[in-house]
Design a protein around this ligand. Structure first.
Ligand SMILES: [Zn+2]
Length: 517
């Protein structure tokens, strides 16, 4: 983009709800330290508003919103509340610690919700909405109001609600497509109608919150922006209820790459998109599909010979964005057996991890071990080592379980015989285990016996981290604690699938042990 066009660009507010709507994805729940890590990454990414949670939902949610509010600087921190006094008071009690607090109050307005869920008339809805915004305004100047299911609300009534809440002090009015039903043309028309018909609309920022049930969340968000909306609500990797929300990385790069068309921009540091996507994927255990736009591993991989030839001659023949602009590194193949500490530290830094000298020592030792087993070490391998080490260090500091080693004797003519050693804090524990199932079965049962938890292995998956037959494998497990019903994902990386399995089980169990919510 040239400087002259940049000046003409309208600035769109990016409201990230990974920690609230994203966390509502089945299996994506995060504990407090994980939420804080994501919040810090979102600040570095340059989002304007972080929706940190729904405080009234549970004491854990309340605490995490409060802690996020305390650490975040720069971005506004928002808490969600239904349009009732107790919710609004509780949300304020959590976000009040923020440098820039925001309250987000919602109330359903569509006929379906009014009649079946709320059993309230249109007048009662307006009265309740105004009362809620007024109560919030007494606490906080930055108030967002969402008429839930707005895309299915009669437009005349929606205009009345929006006008009333703006008069009561709503500084942002968000139009949610709660059930993912709208089409881009309808969304555009709806935003245009609000701008034309609501007399005080210039006193608020119009926002959209689109769900992806029909795969139109990003298109709907962009349509709203082209009609004049000033804020998009979205999540990293498109996480969220059901099919998820508008994907932050996609709406941002669409607006940036096609600024000639949309004439808007955001404050997002696009080079942080891939690292943030990886972080959220690692923490939630929800893998990013390889062909995912912007952040998928294959998003910039040219397979056709004609395309490769074209890109080598002139990048723009087949590339509309550069991989570096969204945070992929230029060259991938990097290190080998003879690479030194400094080269590793430098690569780690390029990958977004500034390692302390102590961290570097541990990561370097693991790197050398891997280099003995594997000739070429890729960025994905380096990242896997760093993430695993950081996690294990954290686990050791918290006195939870960590991995020591194993020996396994198996074959198609004998029962697997396993010796597994783990430590809990300073204490080492070993178990010898023999059974008639396969080796992974026996690892799981021995592990379960050792940690003494009533676990069921719900899912087990192995994926290659990089390419080649000597690639590291990433093992992903989902465990259910049959006593508490808690479900936890874990992942572990190794060139050895048994070791990877034990590490994944440990990761899942440690997340359960240290979970706050
Ligand atoms: Zn939602």
């Amino acid at each position: 983009m040239t400087e002259t066009t940049k000046k003409d660009c309208r600035r769109i507010t990016i409201f990230d709800t990974t920690l609230r709507d994203g966390e509502q994805s089945p299996g994506a729940s995060m504990n407090l330290p994980e939420k804080l890590e994501v919040a810090r990454a979102l600040v570095e990414l340059g989002v304007d508003v972080i929706e940190a949670g729904f405080p009234i939902a549970s004491p854990g949610d309340q605490e995490s919103v409060r802690e996020v509010a305390k650490v975040v600087q720069g971005a506004a921190v928002c808490g969600l509340a239904r349009c009732v006094d107790a919710d609004i008071d509780c949300a304020w009690d959590s976000v009040r610690y923020a440098e820039n607090p925001r309250l987000h109050i919602f109330l359903a307005t569509s006929a379906i919700h009014r009649e079946h869920k709320l059993r309230m008339s249109q007048e009662e809805i307006i009265g309740r909405a105004v009362a809620g915004v007024t109560r919030g305004k007494a606490y906080c100047s930055d108030i967002e109001f969402s008429p839930e299911d707005a895309s299915r609300t009669e437009i005349d009534f929606l205009c009345k609600v929006v006008e009333a809440v703006i008069r009561a002090g709503a500084t942002t009015v968000n139009i949610p497509d709660t059930v993912g039903y709208a089409t881009p043309q309808e969304m555009k028309a709806r935003i245009a109608a609000l701008i034309e018909r609501v007399p005080n609309i210039d006193q608020t920022v119009l926002s959209v919150h689109c769900h992806n049930d029909l795969g139109m969340a990003v298109a709907n968000s962009l349509a709203a922006v082209s009609a004049g909306a000033g804020q998009i609500e979205c999540t990293i990797n498109g996480l969220g209820e059901r099919a998820g929300n508008s994907a932050l990385e996609e709406v941002v790069m669409a607006m940036r790459t096609r600024s000639d068309f949309f004439k808007v921009d955001t404050g997002i540091v696009s080079q942080r998109l891939v690292p943030t996507s990886r972080l959220v994927s690692r923490i939630t255990g929800l893998a990013v599909p390889r062909n995912k736009a912007i952040v998928g591993q294959n998003a910039f991989a040219h397979e056709s010979g004609i395309h490769q030839d074209g890109v080598l001659k002139e990048r723009t023949t087949y590339e509309i964005m550069s991989p570096e602009s969204v945070g992929f590194l230029k060259s991938d193949l990097v290190l080998g057996k003879h690479s030194g500490r400094a080269a590793l530290a430098n690569r780690a830094k390029l990958l977004g991890h500034e390692l302390s000298p102590e961290q570097l020592t541990i990561v370097f030792a693991e790197f050398k071990k891997l280099a003995d087993r594997k000739k070429e070490i890729y960025d994905a391998d380096v990242l896997a080592i760093i993430e695993q080490q950081i996690h294990e260090k954290k686990a050791a500091d918290q006195g939870v379980w960590s991995y020591i080693g194993y020996a396994l004797n198996c074959g198609d003519d004998r029962r697997p015989c396993l010796v597994l050693t783990l430590s809990q804090g300073d204490e080492k524990k070993t178990i010898e285990w023999e059974e008639s199932g396969g080796p992974i079965d026996s690892v799981f049962h021995a592990f379960q016996k050792l940690v003494e938890l009533p676990l069921i292995l719900k899912e087990f998956k192995v994926e290659a981290v990089s390419s080649g037959a000597d690639s590291q494998g990433e093992v992903i497990v989902i465990l259910e604690d049959t006593q508490s019903g808690v479900i936890r994902r874990g992942h572990g990386v190794s060139t050895d699938v048994v070791e990877g399995t034990v590490k994944a089980l440990l990761n899942a169990v440690n997340r359960t042990v240290t979970a706050d919510a």
